[in-house]
Design a protein around this ligand. Structure first.
Ligand code: THU
Length: 155
């Protein structure tokens, strides 16, 4: 059995594809609309055909309507490439006007959404994120959501 969460001390220790996705996620932070939190998040995912789709958080004066970068990227991917399996998603964040990354583990709502994508496509999605211990983490939504609520709960 593989480790549910793998920790990396340096970005360089990640595989080439993950490093590339982190780079694309960093680029995507420039497209965050975060005038309220000033917390700019970028996500980049790769599909089985090699397409890379990015997203950035989009906020609203009505705060609960804010949308996380991960979900912007995931929904864009399924809306434009409906039959493609999502292999991996990288998520990074920085505070506005700071260039250094800050920890950004996916929020619970995004974990729930990624879990549903994993269940739909019957394949785990690797999640790469910068954790609170300033370490890179590699995991899956299934590993992050023990006893998660899914479609089977409604049957
Ligand atoms: N945010 C994300 O984009 N992804 C997460 O997983 C955590 C939070 C955004 C939402 C909001 O725009 C800002 O970060 C502060 O919560």
């Amino acid at each position: 059995m593989t480790t549910p969460i793998t920790f990396f001390n340096h970005l360089e220790d990640l595989d080439t594809e993950s490093k590339y996705l982190v780079h694309k996620a960093k680029e995507a932070t420039a497209l965050a609309y975060a005038p309220y939190s000033k917390f700019c998040v970028g996500a980049a995912l790769i599909l089985e055909d090699g397409s890379v789709i990015t997203g950035a958080n989009q906020e609203n004066a009505s705060y609960p309507l804010c949308m996380c970068a991960e979900r912007v990227a995931l929904y864009a991917a399924t809306a434009t490439h409906p039959n493609q399996t999502i292999l991996k998603i990288a998520v990074v964040a920085h505070k506005k006007n700071h260039k250094d990354l800050t920890p950004a583990t996916c929020c619970g709502a995004c974990r729930q959404v990624i879990l549903e994508f994993e269940q739909r496509q019957k394949k785990p999605i690797e999640i790469i994120m910068f954790g609170t211990q300033n370490q890179w983490l590699k995991t899956t939504a299934t590993a992050l959501m023990p006893l998660g609520f899914g479609k089977e709960s409604l049957e």
